[in-house]
Design a protein around this ligand. Structure first.
Ligand code: FMN
Length: 353
């Protein structure tokens, strides 16, 4: 009995420690992700995707049609704000701002990792955005290694319920976990856990990296596990290894700062293998022309995180302004390639190179 009390006190202390560690980690991530030093130096490869300009488009710009269905809901253009945060004070406001702006612009919204919401009731507010964003696709988020904890699948299902989500992202961030103090280093069983989640989930399961890319061979494994959507989250944008390296107090550049597969190469290699899985093209997308490029080379929808961090901290109006500018870039790219809709954009001519 006495031992039981000591154990449960110890458990409470451990929980408090892990909660405050998660808080600190999330705040550090928000602070560092906006810094240019944590963006990769190498590109995502999209600068070499060059559309052939069409001098005589014979189109009315006002009639360019960018609308698309995504997880059975309409989007004004094929775009998803990638998973960022939640569960800490700053993220509460950010998520509300992102949800309001995404709803106003009719784009999809990915939530940040919901692990904190499973561990702490008060952290759940950040992820309950349905009243603010009643019509858009919202995607819940859980880490691959959370799925191999005792209640892994149940936890994932709770995340879906909590967020009233249209899909759930499982993020695979093995490199980040290894570089993160106290990160998860035992990844055995994650594949089987994803398969179990696919079987149990009432909504589509998405699997993403966090900026180091999903290769064609990893994609093949995920497709065989029954995953509905793969988000390549390739290199060329935010470097999570550099963020963790900086957090750990070591100066300079992480040996793994540029680790991974470029966004362009990941999309082309997955499509080149003849896979017809659904693809999110992300990793270093920085404007709507990049969205046009990932759609052209085989993605079904484009996504980005870091460019929306600062707007989300500023205001709903600013966030709407940025989303609208991405939509306009996409429409300009479509007009100037003579593509009146996304089907035509997918076969727009490219310059060789
Ligand atoms: C501040 C911040 C927090 C992030 N947190 C998460 C997260 O909790 N879960 C996740 O799956 N990805 C997370 N990511 C990764 C992004 O979803 C995205 O995959 C990655 O940043 C690459 O896209 P980007 O180059 O457009 O930033 C985060 C990114 C940023 C910038």
């Amino acid at each position: 009995m006495a031992n039981g009390r000591v154990d449960s006190r110890r458990q409470r202390i451990n929980n408090v420690n892990s909660e405050s560690e998660i808080h600190k980690r999330k705040n550090d991530h928000l602070a560092l992700a906006g810094s240019p030093a944590c963006q990769m130096n190498s590109s995502n490869g999209l600068e070499t995707v060059l559309f052939e300009p069409v001098a005589l488009p014979e189109l009315n710009f006002a009639e360019i049609d960018t609308r698309v269905q995504f997880v059975n809901k309409p989007l004004s253009f094929p775009f998803l704000i990638s998973s960022m945060s939640g569960g800490v004070r700053e993220a509460d406001k950010m998520n509300t701002t992102l949800a309001e702006a995404a709803e106003a612009c009719q784009v999809a919204l990915g939530l940040g990792s919901m692990r904190i919401a499973l561990e702490k009731k008060s952290a759940r507010t950040s992820f309950k955005l349905r009243s603010i964003a009643p019509t858009i696709p919202i995607l819940a988020n859980i880490g691959g290694t959370q799925l191999i904890q005792r209640n892994g699948t149940c936890d994932a299902l709770r995340c879906i319920e909590l967020a009233e989500a249209d899909g759930i992202y499982v993020h695979l961030n093995a490199l980040q976990e290894l570089l993160q103090p106290g990160g998860d280093t035992d990844w055995r069983g994650v594949s089987a856990a994803i398969k179990e989640l696919v079987a149990e989930s009432p909504v589509p399961v998405f699997v993403k990296e966090v900026g180091h890319g999903i290769s064609a061979s990893s994609a093949k494994i995920l497709i065989d596990l029954g995953v509905s959507w793969i988000d390549v989250a390739g290199t060329g944008g935010t470097s999570w290894s550099q963020i963790e390296h900086t957090r750990s107090g070591v100066r300079g550049t992480s040996a793994f700062a540029e680790w991974g597969v470029k966004t362009r190469e990941a999309i082309e290699a997955i499509r080149g293998n003849g896979n017809s899985c659904k693809l999110v093209g992300s990793g270093g997308l920085r404007n709507g022309l990049d969205v046009a490029k990932v759609i052209r080379i085989g993605a079904d929808i484009g996504a980005a995180a870091q460019p929306f961090l600062e707007p989300a901290r500023t205001s709903v109006d600013k966030t709407i302004q940025v989303i609208k500018s991405w939509e306009k870039d996409l429409k300009i790219a479509m007009f100037c390639t003579g593509s009146k809709n996304l089907t035509e954009l997918k076969i727009a001519k490219l310059l060789s190179g």
